[in-house]
Design a binder for this molecule. Structure first.
Ligand code: PPS
Length: 346
């Protein structure tokens, strides 16, 4: 058991609890941990970075995009970076992978194990540029997060309680929430697409893991609750994925006010176009290189062909076609019980 700077203790999952997950997530054999209290679930590599992340030296002017997985992080990363760095669409770095421009702070927990292969720990040109003396084993994403120059934008899926309580005093946080019914479907796709987290069970089983807080990152409802309770803080901008979909221009204006970017109508239109689902899908510059999606070790090619890649659908309300009435009922019950802190999903 490890005690973390956040006050949580981390304990390796074992026995029946681990066996129950391994049955459907064979790739979790490298181990998972669960934090107490709160039940956050992570790869065991998280403990190597938890305290460094908690004590991360944020700078005045930083913007942190925070969401639970699959709530529209990448879209929002691209929106925020484009608004701050590329509103005239003339920044040559725009072609660089999103993860290199807006580092994913805790990503190293997925690749930091001693025996990680090169495929699991690739190093980008941006890493070499920003961290010329950096050792990848000390955390590629973490070191890039430290070294990214101002104006710095960062991404995390961690909740507020795993950062120091002063976070909002220094940093502007853009928090994105998404209807749990679409979130769970997108997360299931993710777990089928990426072999490092492959899931071999049914939709019903995956939904059960989600509702029981057993997926990596753990309780979505608590993640939302922590952000919702802070939503009136002037340094927090709480936005729904569904609102971004329904009225991108209106939402970009609100973001412009929040970020203080003072963009013109033309610049806002540039941002909307450049970050549209179609344009982001065609660039597909999420990772170090687009060819990673052709790598059979990393991406399940059957799933890619059949259900799509990372940029899968980019819609709200997909759940209406995909979830059975029984699953909808189950999720509605969970929403009523767990998400009882005032949030209304769209
Ligand atoms: S991750 O892996 O947790 O960081 O994923 P995340 O980026 O949070 O969420 C992925 C989902 O967001 C969709 N997406 C978009 N929707 C609309 N517009 C744009 N530009 C866009 N970019 C990504 C992506 O397709 C995933 O949702 P699904 O429902 O699976 O399509």
């Amino acid at each position: 058991m490890t005690t973390l700077a956040s006050g949580h203790t981390a304990k390796a999952l074992e026995g029946d609890e681990l066996a129950r997950l391994l049955e459907n997530f064979p790739s979790y054999k490298n181990g998972l941990i669960r934090l107490s209290p709160d039940d956050w679930v992570f790869s065991n590599g998280f403990c190597n970075f938890a305290d460094k992340l908690y004590n991360f030296e944020f700078r005045e002017g930083d913007v942190l995009v925070m969401t639970w997985p699959k709530c529209g992080t990448t879209w929002t990363q691209e929106i925020v970076w484009t608004m701050r760095n590329n509103p005239d669409l003339d920044n040559p770095d725009a072609d660089v992978a999103i993860m290199d421009r807006v580092p994913f702070m805790e990503a190293d927990m997925f690749s930091s194990s001693e025996d990680a292969s090169e495929d699991q720990m690739p190093v980008s040109e941006m890493f070499k540029k920003l961290c010329p003396n950096g050792n990848p084993r000390d955390g590629v994403s973490f070191q890039m997060a430290q070294a990214t120059p101002d104006p710095r934008s960062l991404k995390t899926h961690l909740p507020f309680s795993l950062f120091a309580p002063s976070l909002l005093e220094k940093v502007k946080v853009v928090y994105v929430a998404r209807n749990p019914k679409d979130t769970v479907l997108s997360y299931l796709h993710h777990h089928k697409l990426f072999k490092a987290q492959s899931f071999v069970g049914s939709l019903e089983t995956f939904v059960d893991y989600f509702l029981e807080d057993d997926l990596i990152y753990g309780p979505y409802w608590l993640h939302l609750k922590e952000a919702w309770q802070r939503r009136d803080h002037p340094n927090l901008h709480f936005v729904f994925y569904e609102d971004l979909k329904a009225d991108i221009k209106g939402e970009l204006k609100k973001l412009d006010d929040f970020l203080g970017t003072e963009l013109s109508e033309d610049q806002l239109a540039n941002v909307a176009k450049h970050t549209s689902f179609g344009e982001m899908k065609s660039r597909n510059n999420l990772f170090i290189n687009k060819d990673m999606f052709k790598n059979e070790v990393i991406v399940d090619q059957e799933v890619l062909k059949k259900d799509g890649g990372f940029f899968r659908q980019g819609k709200s309300g997909d759940w209406k076609a995909k979830l059975t009435p029984e699953l909808i009922e189950k999720m509605d019950k969970w929403i009523k019980e767990k998400c009882d802190f005032g949030i209304n999903f769209k």
